[in-house]
Ligand binder design. Structure first.
Ligand SMILES: N[C@@H](CCC(=O)N[C@@H](CS)C(=O)NCC(=O)O)C(=O)O
Length: 211
């Protein structure tokens, strides 16, 4: 049994999708980010970084969206979200999830929270411009990858890496140049959104945008 501490559409989304994909039993606890619940002392005991998600696995707290995603994939091998440990596909899977979290997701953090670097308005504008440029450069590379070797990040095999990519693409929906402006990424999103887990996620989290 898992308990996912989530906020609708936040970094918990990929983890929630993975739980749905593997068919695991789980409970949800909503963290009201707007109200600052992520900084509540009780929540900080679960995730001392004061961000969403956190997840209890057999009662013990863990955090970091990409790590949680990989853990779920490994704990439910029958769902096929993670390639075999000694395979080349696994090396590619590790590569993509790490790239998505430490490069693309990190740039999104700066896009959404430029005040992490400096609270002055001018500095925030500079940070956002740099984040946008990093995100768009990443879309260009990911689009080329999918165009040449898609339709998924591992080629013909769907995996947990695709859940991470879909979440990040969704985050770009209100940016000046959303990820769907890139043709192969657009096709990828359409394919991923046709999975039953996507509709179920929207229903449970109460999401409407970018359905
Ligand atoms: N590296 C973390 C980042 C998590 C993160 O930045 N979460 C955002 C929501 S998407 C959050 O909790 N924001 C509230 C805040 O920073 O106060 C992860 O992947 O779990």
């Amino acid at each position: 049994m898992y308990t996912l501490y989530y906020s609708p559409g936040a970094a918990s989304l990929a983890v929630h999708l993975a739980l749905l994909e593997v068919g695991a039993a789980y409970k949800l606890e909503k963290v009201d980010i707007e109200a600052g619940a992520q900084r509540d002392p009780n929540y900080l005991k679960l995730n001392p970084n004061g961000v969403v998600p956190a997840m209890l696995i057999e009662g013990k707290p863990f955090y970091e969206a990409a790590g949680l995603l990989m853990t779920i994939a490994d704990r439910h091998p029958q769902a096929g979200l993670a390639p075999a440990l000694d395979s080349l596909e696994r090396a590619a899977w590790n590569q993509w999830i790490m790239h998505l979290t430490n490069t693309v997701q990190a740039a999104f953090r700066l896009w959404f929270y430029p005040q992490d670097i400096d609270s002055a308005a001018e500095a925030q504008a500079l940070t956002k411009a740099a984040a946008r440029s990093k995100i768009e450069a990443a879309w260009t590379r990911l689009d080329a990858q999918l165009a040449a070797n898609g339709p998924y990040l591992l080629g013909s095999t769907f995996s947990a890496a695709d859940l991470m990519l879909l979440m990040l693409m969704r985050w770009s929906r209100n940016m000046p140049k959303p990820a769907t402006e890139w043709a192969a990424l657009r096709e990828f999103a359409a394919k991923m959104k046709a999975r039953p887990s996507w509709a179920r996620l929207y229903e449970i989290e109460g999401l409407t945008e970018w359905a």
